[in-house]
Design a protein around this ligand. Structure first.
Ligand code: SAM
Length: 211
């Protein structure tokens, strides 16, 4: 069990089961209790990282750049407890749902942009964000993190979910993870890694800070 959840994230009981929860409008049909909505770690790598007690450094209220927002499953929870939350997603279809999730969340800013081209949103995203959350599930995941390092404050954190099969379906996940870690270390110091296997097959969770 996680002892240090960010302010705004709580363990609450839904249908007799204790689960992570944030306060906000429902987004993906998740169970709700009053103002609280359950955060499903099977559908969210960041949710899994919190369930596994990884040291995310999240305290609540921070400025977040979220890469790979899709339709907003995870980033909606983030915007429930964080400060300004910039949500980058390059596929137009999920962005429609993301815009809907942002309707009731005044701190959530969807950006229809390619995370490999940070110069296209550098004029919108404020400098020195506290946290980058990345879940792009695409080839070149370390490169995306390195390209976006420019936005991160010196004492900020990268919370990265790496999907092995997105890099190369034919290789052993462990070999892929080793390569990603090595490439990442060009610009980041890795503080913690943990398999997210319990919730997401062949995914590695990484907490890092800029070097
Ligand atoms: C695994 S899904 C993200 C799920 C989401 N993070 C969540 O938990 O709710 C990966 C997403 O990354 C997006 N993506 C992949 N490459 C991207 C890129 N270069 N720029 C922006 N989004 C990208 C995909 O379109 C897809 O929606």
């Amino acid at each position: 069990m996680s002892e240090e959840l960010p302010t705004g994230v709580q363990r609450r009981t839904f249908d007799g089961t204790e689960r992570l929860a944030t306060r906000g409008e429902s987004v993906y049909g998740e169970p709700t209790e009053g103002e609280w909505r359950a955060w499903n770690p099977h559908r969210s790598k960041l949710g899994a990282m919190l369930e596994l007690s990884m040291e995310t450094g999240l305290a609540g209220g921070e400025t977040v750049l979220y890469l790979g927002a899709a339709s907003g499953t995870t980033v909606s929870h983030v915007a429930d407890f964080a400060g300004p939350t910039y949500a980058v997603e390059f596929a137009p279809r999920p962005v429609r749902d993301l815009l809907e999730a942002a309707d009731s969340r005044e701190r959530l800013f969807p950006l229809l942009k390619d995370a490999r081209k940070p110069e296209t949103y550098a004029h919108v995203v404020e400098a020195d964000v506290d946290v980058i959350v990345q879940d792009v599930a695409t080839r070149g995941q370390a490169r995306v993190a390195l390209e976006n390092r420019r936005f991160l404050a010196d004492n900020g954190r990268l919370l990265l979910a790496v999907k092995a099969r997105s890099e190369d379906v034919t290789r052993e996940p462990a070999a892929v993870f080793a390569d990603v870690r090595e490439e990442l270390s060009e610009g980041y110091e890795i503080l913690e890694t943990r398999t997210l296997e319990e919730y997401h097959a062949d995914h590695l969770g990484i907490v890092a800070r800029p070097r």
